[in-house]
Ligand binder design. Structure first.
Ligand code: PMP
Length: 353
């Protein structure tokens, strides 16, 4: 605490991302990164951007990237917003689109950045519990709200809702903004982008950090009606006109256009996920049905925290949340087949000692 911090800063409880240790080489299965490198096409595009010079500012409208996203998702240019990681896109949504006089509804267990942004922007949260199977039940969400936000598939639970279920909610909640965070949707979920044309209050948030192997580049985007996008542009241009640098713009555009590498990486991850889930079940774990690039699993035979610490000791990092309801679970990112072999070997050893 410092006398130089204003009241708001004093009251903040910042988000704590998963560890990014620098001290030793771990098998990193704790921050849901993609284990595969971006393709040569993406790297070449970034090299070209650097070689063309960085003395000038990048395009503040990010037009070429927005157009590539629009083409990829078969929407109009006016339906696309881009930001410095989907975290920044989310921050602008909290700042600009959720009402301040009514609570924002969200799941009790979801992406832990939502409460942080709510606090930062003075938005009250009304948390609706997941059911006992850790599923979001949108039929329990009140419509007298200042907005709604949830991740689909949800994190850290890995479970996906069907598009139909989300549409049912949209049909009865048309007065306030509904945000579907699709950070993990490319690993088997159903995207809500096709609903954007019908529901002006729907905003779908996405990222190149997971399925497009570019967590290090910091590019996220949102797809929604032109009026929602224009609102986000107003916030963005009141905060930072150039949130995406020239290299990030070029890399993300190339990634949008590289369908082959995208499909290869996500298909491989889905296959490794299925094999890892089976192996964990065979070791006695309870594994939730995942449509993401991670597994949410409970060791059952020993405390999850103990397993997390023992894995760390063995050089494998997974994510452990010491939080009500989920303190007996681990979130395990799906790495390469080789990494998952090492992980499973370590788990087996820990269980048997
Ligand atoms: N939404 C969810 C559900 C996430 O898990 C993450 C990753 N931590 C993000 C958004 C943010 O991703 P990024 O800022 O890398 O786009």
């Amino acid at each position: 605490m410092s006398q130089y911090w204003n009241k708001r800063t004093q009251g903040l409880q910042p988000y704590v991302p998963g560890e990014q240790p620098q001290d030793q080489a771990y098998i990193k299965l704790n921050t849901n990164e993609n284990p595969y490198a971006p393709s040569k096409k993406v790297l070449d595009a970034m090299h070209t951007a650097v070689e063309s010079g960085l003395n000038l500012y990048p395009d503040p409208q990010c037009r070429e990237l927005k157009q590539a996203i629009a083409t990829q998702y078969e929407v109009a240019y006016e339906n696309v917003f881009v930001g410095n990681g989907s975290d920044e896109v989310l921050a602008h949504i909290f700042a600009g689109l959720f009402a301040e006089d009514k609570p924002l509804v969200c799941p009790d267990i979801s992406y832990s950045f939502y409460p942080v942004y709510a606090q930062m922007y003075g938005i009250e949260l009304q948390k609706v519990p997941l059911n006992n199977a850790f599923e979001i039940e949108l039929e329990n969400y009140p419509t007298d709200n200042g907005g709604a936000i949830f991740a689909n598939p949800n994190a850290p639970t890995s479970i996906a809702l069907k598009r139909d279920e989300i549409e049912k909610f949209l049909k009865r909640n048309q007065e306030t903004v509904v945000v579907v965070d699709e950070a993990y949707v490319d690993f088997g979920g159903e995207s809500c982008v096709p609903l954007v044309a019908q529901y002006d209050n729907l905003l779908v948030v996405k990222t190149v950090s997971k399925s497009r192997s570019l967590a290090g580049l910091r590019v996220g985007y949102a797809i929604g009606s032109p009026e929602l996008i224009e609102g986000l542009e107003r916030v963005k241009n009141s905060f930072n006109s150039y949130p995406l640098d020239k290299v990030a713009l070029a890399g993300a555009k190339a990634a949008m256009e590289d369908q082959l590498s995208f499909d290869q990486a996500r298909n491989e991850i889905m296959q490794v996920r299925a094999r890892t889930a089976q192996a964990l079940q065979a070791l006695g774990f309870d594994v939730l049905s995942s449509k993401t690039n991670f597994l949410f699993a409970s060791p059952k035979t020993m405390p999850a925290e103990k397993m997390y610490l023992a894995l760390k000791e063995a050089g494998v990092l997974v994510r452990y949340f010491n939080q009500p309801r989920i303190s007996e679970y681990l979130r395990i990112t799906v790495g390469t087949a080789e990494e998952m072999q090492v992980f499973l070997g370590a788990v087996e050893k820990i269980i048997n000692t």
